[in-house]
Design a binder for this molecule. Structure first.
Ligand SMILES: [Zn+2]
Length: 134
């Protein structure tokens, strides 16, 4: 079974190429809600898409069929939010990839993120690597 098939879909951290499960990449997140509204080519019927911690991914793919890459770097946004312990963020960003022609992709992602954090460990600085019981 490949790592990805096990659900190892998030980069461990910004410097790492290692992919891990959501719970390992973001152990501090108790609940996550992400609304994605993409404007532009190829997304006429998608409407508002809603994700949670079980369905969110490192990237949201762009719907523009001429676009070669990954549209929105969700993992980067989540890593930034968790570092600051932000509970909500609303961003509107252009697709971060390009069209096959090399031109800029015009699709726009409106992304709304809500995060509920687990209570901080009173022993901050300890290993914090014990198993979490749900
Ligand atoms: Zn695109």
């Amino acid at each position: 079974m490949t790592a990805r098939a096990r659900g190892d879909i998030f980069r461990k951290n910004a410097e790492s190429d290692e992919y891990v499960r959501f719970a390992e990449a973001f152990p501090e997140i108790a609940e996550l809600s992400v609304d994605v509204d993409e404007r532009g080519e190829g997304n006429e019927e998608l409407g508002l898409r809603r994700f949670h911690q079980g369905t969110v991914r490192e990237f949201f793919n762009c719907s523009n069929h001429r676009c070669v890459g990954r549209g929105f770097r969700m993992g980067d946004l989540l890593r930034d939010m968790t570092r600051r312990r932000d509970t909500r963020r609303d961003v509107e960003v252009r697709c971060q990839s390009r069209e096959e022609s090399g031109g800029v992709c015009a699709n726009i992602f409106r992304v709304s993120v809500r995060i509920a954090y687990r209570p901080s460990s009173p022993a901050a600085g300890s290993s914090g690597s014990g198993p979490l019981r749900n």
